[in-house]
Design a protein around this ligand. Structure first.
Ligand code: 5GP
Ligand code: ZN
Length: 149
């Protein structure tokens, strides 16, 4: 098994929910989604980050795959986010280049009184169906994806 999670997923050694793949790219659902639609567009070749990238055509191809997925899913008009984290201070946790595609959403802030100070976290309530009383709470506090005010 490869030491790199995304190399293992790209080679099929490790399973994941695959939305799309071709010879050079794979699109999977993020295992820890911060919104109802959160996928990762990953080049199959192991490129650690933007800093190791020499062929910037890769970025163009990742973007074009992302936009195609958005259009196919009918999210283009509502809006979406494309996020690419680089390095430790850029919030990159998996050292294999990847582009996050997230359906845009408005998140709520909950303020918690901890006695000495007030803390807050961001969340998004996803209603399962119109008029349904069933919701999923997505924690959107991950600052690498949703910068907090
Ligand atoms: P980063 O923080 O590096 O920009 O994003 C890495 C993303 O990969 C995170 O959102 C994390 O949830 C996701 N991730 C980490 N390990 C796995 C895995 O084994 N499978 C899938 N599908 N996603 C993963
Ligand atoms: Zn890799």
């Amino acid at each position: 098994m490869s030491e790199c999670i995304f190399c293992s997923i790209a080679s099929g050694e490790m399973s994941s929910e695959i939305l799309y793949q071709d010879a050079r790219y794979i699109v999977i659902k993020d295992v820890n989604p911060v919104s109802p639609f959160h996928v990762l567009i990953i080049p199959k070749e192991h490129i650690e980050s933007m800093n190791e990238l020499t062929d910037f055509g890769v970025i163009s191809e990742m973007m074009s795959i992302a936009v195609r997925i958005v259009r196919e899913n009918g999210y283009a008009e509502e809006g979406y986010r494309l996020v690419l984290n680089t390095g430790q201070e850029g919030g990159q946790s998996v050292l294999h280049l990847h582009l996050h595609l997230l359906k845009i959403l408005s998140h709520f802030l909950a303020f918690i009184n901890l006695g000495s100070h007030t803390d807050y976290f961001a969340f998004y309530l996803h209603q399962h169906a119109q008029n349904s009383s069933s919701y999923t709470i997505y924690n959107t506090s991950n600052p690498s994806i949703f910068p907090l005010p």
